[in-house]
Design a protein around this ligand. Structure first.
Ligand code: KG4
Ligand code: ZN
Length: 356
């Protein structure tokens, strides 16, 4: 039995978790900073770092207490070290290094993007990931910081086959909510507001899908772009609202149509990639994967031969269980890091994945 402590501070959640043998989640503590960032309509990196600093020791202690374990019973400490906001990442990374040194624990640096994918398997077990029939596995990772399609082959070869050329899908939702004065984070409030509107009321652009009859360049077939839909919303508000402000039915229809445009693009690109790469399974993960319309739309459109693994909602938004779970695969391979482990803001080129 291997107990791994996971630490996550890449954005605006301070999180710690204890996971046994890759999928038995003993504790999963998340301290959110939403209230602190809400007045700014987005995450302020330095503020995030300060908040992580004041929360991290309590969050780690709570994760240990809830699991009923002491640090002496932990086999390794894992931490998100990329990608993310640098000042925020550094807090978790340095805390993990301190624990590693003081308690002589192996240190495991984890890729947050890969951890989101792993979150889909935490509750259902890792045997699916060892089964060759699960591959090729395509993962749609949709969060505030990323929107990408990662393809994993049975031999472990991994490739980011699509990514956003500008804003992430979650960012497009957060920025729209800010523009419409709906609050932060945008995803949940947009989903709720959209329920009262008609998603076909307005036609917002679906960039790089060929929806307007314009041919999509082959290199952008699986890439995303959400800056156009955001700009279109800005002009829509100027043209329709009084002094740019929308309310009532107009607001509801606008929000529903805007959400629909983003979900439509995500679904079209993903289903095209599923067919093109002959995927045997599809993972949906990241904060935007909490959205019910997106979850059910993909399920409805996905061919019945393709296995569907939407991450449980509690593992969609940032958490440390996905970090500690994935770290078990590094532990098994004795892939440990030394104290030179660095924090990196960008997603590196991914060619392999820990769980294969
Ligand atoms: O994965 P996450 O917690 O953080 C990053 O790694 O970025 O994702 C946060 C993003 C935010 O943009 C938030 O607006 C979005 O997830 N989100 C949602 C929903 N809940 C959170 N987007 C759409 N619908 C939701 N219900
Ligand atoms: Zn995330």
């Amino acid at each position: 039995m291997t107990a791994i402590l996971g630490i996550e501070t890449s954005c605006d959640e301070t999180a710690a978790a204890i996971v046994i043998d890759g999928c038995n989640v003993k504790s999963n503590i998340v301290s959110s900073q939403i209230a602190q960032h809400a007045p700014y309509g987005g995450v302020v990196p330095e503020l995030a770092a300060r908040e992580h600093l004041s929360a991290i020791s309590h969050v780690v202690r709570e994760a240990l207490n809830t699991a009923g374990l002491s640090l002496k019973e932990i086999d390794a400490v894992s931490v998100t070290h990329l990608p993310g906001l640098l000042p925020a990442l550094l807090v978790g990374l340095n805390f993990a290094k301190g624990l590693s040194v003081s308690h002589e624990l192996p240190l495991i640096g984890i890729n947050h993007f890969a951890a989101h994918i792993y979150g889909s398997f935490l509750d259902i077990g890792t045997t699916i990931l060892q089964n060759d029939d699960t591959y090729p596995l395509l993962a749609l990772v949709v969060s505030g910081g990323h929107t990408g399609l990662l393809l994993i082959s049975a031999d472990g070869k991994t490739e980011l086959v699509g990514t956003t050329l500008d804003d992430a899908s979650g960012e497009a939702l957060d920025k729209a909510a800010k523009l419409l004065d709906l609050g932060y984070p945008g995803g949940p409030v947009i989903e709720k507001t959209a329920l009262q509107g008609n998603p076909d009321a307005f036609s917002f652009p679906r960039s790089m899908t060929g929806a307007t009859g314009k041919k999509v360049a082959e290199e952008n077939r699986f890439n995303f772009s959400f800056s156009g839909v955001k700009t279109s919303l800005l002009y829509h508000c100027k043209n329709h609202g009084s002094e740019g402000k929308l309310s009532g039915k107009l607001l509801f229809n606008t929000v529903a149509s805007y959400q629909e445009a983003i979900i439509d693009v995500l679904c079209r690109k993903t289903l095209d990639a599923v067919t093109h790469f002959n995927a045997a399974s599809l993972v949906l993960c990241g904060g935007v994967a909490c959205n019910t319309v997106l979850r059910t739309r993909l399920e409805e459109l996905l061919p019945s031969t393709v296995q569907y693994f939407p991450a449980p909602r509690k593992y969609c938004t940032d958490n440390a269980a996905m970090v500690a779970g994935l770290a078990w695969h590094a532990f098994k391979k004795r892939q440990f890091n030394d104290l030179g482990l660095d924090a990196v803001s960008r997603l590196p080129k991914m060619t392999t994945i820990l769980f294969r």
